[in-house]
Design a protein around this ligand. Structure first.
Ligand SMILES: Cc1ncc(COP(=O)(O)O)c(C=O)c1O
Length: 373
């Protein structure tokens, strides 16, 4: 089956290892196992448990502990509504593999994580794109969405909070999308791998599964919990949908790694401590970015409301690909060109990684732009 090249992943694969200032990686700076164990306050005992763990296939759907902890991230979910997957990318794939048939009409918003439209396309669905506009703060035009949805629509794909824009669809917008979808009984898949990283600590970002019985939420340990290395995520949905996903998952992964599951459950059990580590960092580093943007006359952005990325608009006579490629070659700073998200005149900057790399990286970008002019 044909599939489009995955713009952002191919870009990252090409440049990530050689970047001196990695402002491309979207995780809140990843943890070592030692850091995670220390955070729990019972490092020795836990390490011993990992060392003596029998490495069989383990829990086929994900351990009770893991699925219980994931269920707690939602209002209306139980462990039976949760299926462990190989990262959020595995979750998206599984949900799409389960729901999309050739000829189905699928609506996806863009810019977004490319899986959400390129996988349905590869399954020979008819994909309609709703372009998110800078002028609308990258929030969807619901009138346009209403015009796109009809009786043939099988699925709407959302990403909330959004990568690459950091925009958040709050309860009001989500509820309106749910009403539109409910009219035609279509499913809504919402990639929520950045959910929980809302910058305003008093705000909450509702999950689609708590608003809609045909909603499917995909989550991940990679971004908010800084554990991309365990490759663990999940699908949360109504039990009937989970059963359909499980049927297909037997053919694709059987189970997730047992050590990964153990570490994932541990991290979620200690999520408040992780939050104490990650939140101040994300907020402080977003301030650094905000101050820097204010001093760059060629740059502007819609300030992200959640997550770890910003989609920055530039007023320079250069393609986004050339801008990012030359910046990488000349200064060692990794960004992702807007072209990887089908949007020229922008680049994506990830600001929640290593703080020193962010600070120096921003200086290098300023100097690069100065030389360009
Ligand atoms: C929106 C979104 N979804 C899914 C993923 C996949 O993440 P993972 O497979 O590490 O959970 C990413 C990674 O960048 C992402 O940004």
């Amino acid at each position: 089956m044909e599939i489009s090249r995955f713009g952002v992943e191919e870009w990252m694969n090409t440049y990530e290892q050689e970047a001196r200032y990695n402002t491309g990686e979207t995780c809140v700076e990843s943890l070592t196992l030692k850091e995670l164990l220390n955070l729990t306050g019972e490092a020795e005992g836990l390490l011993e448990m990992i060392k003596t763990m029998k490495l069989d296939y383990g829990y086929i759907r994900g351990s009770d502990n893991f699925r219980q902890e994931v269920a707690r991230l939602y209002q209306n979910m139980t462990p039976d509504n949760i299926l462990a997957t190989h990262g959020g990318s595995g979750g998206n794939f599984l949900a799409l593999y389960t729901l999309v048939n050739p000829g189905d009409k699928i609506i996806s918003l863009r810019p977004t994580y490319q899986q959400l439209y390129s996988i349905p396309e590869s399954f020979q669905a008819r994909v309609e794109i709703l372009e998110l506009k800078y002028e609308d703060n990258f929030l969807p035009d619901l009138n346009q969405l209403a015009r796109l949805i009809d009786k043939d629509t099988r699925l709407i794909c959302l990403n909330n909070p959004n990568n690459p824009t950091g925009a958040v669809m709050g309860k009001e917008i989500l509820s309106e999308i749910v009403s539109l979808a409910a009219k035609y009984d279509c499913y809504i898949l919402c990639d929520e791998v950045y959910r929980g990283l809302n910058h305003d600590p008093d705000s909450t970002i509702p999950s689609i599964v708590d608003l809609y019985d045909r909603g499917i939420s995909v989550g991940s340990m990679s971004k908010v919990y800084s554990l991309a290395g365990i490759r663990l995520g999940w699908v949360a949905a109504a039990k009937e949908i989970i059963e359909e996903c499980q049927r297909r998952r037997d053919y694709t992964i059987i189970s997730c790694g047992k050590i990964d599951d153990f570490i994932g459950a541990l991290a979620l059990k200690n999520k408040d401590k992780l939050k104490e580590r990650n939140f101040p960092k994300v907020l402080a580093q977003r301030e650094i970015l905000d101050d820097w943007i204010a001093k760059q006359p060629e740059l502007e952005y819609v300030r992200p409301e959640a997550g770890s990325v910003a989609f920055i608009k530039y007023d320079l006579d250069i393609s986004s690909r050339e801008f990012c490629q030359r910046l990488m070659e000349e200064k060692g700073v990794l960004l992702v060109p807007g072209s990887c998200f089908a949007r020229e005149g922008f680049f994506r900057l990830a600001f929640a990684g290593n703080r020193a790399e962010l600070e120096q990286g921003l200086k290098e970008i300023s100097s690069f732009i100065k030389n360009l002019k």
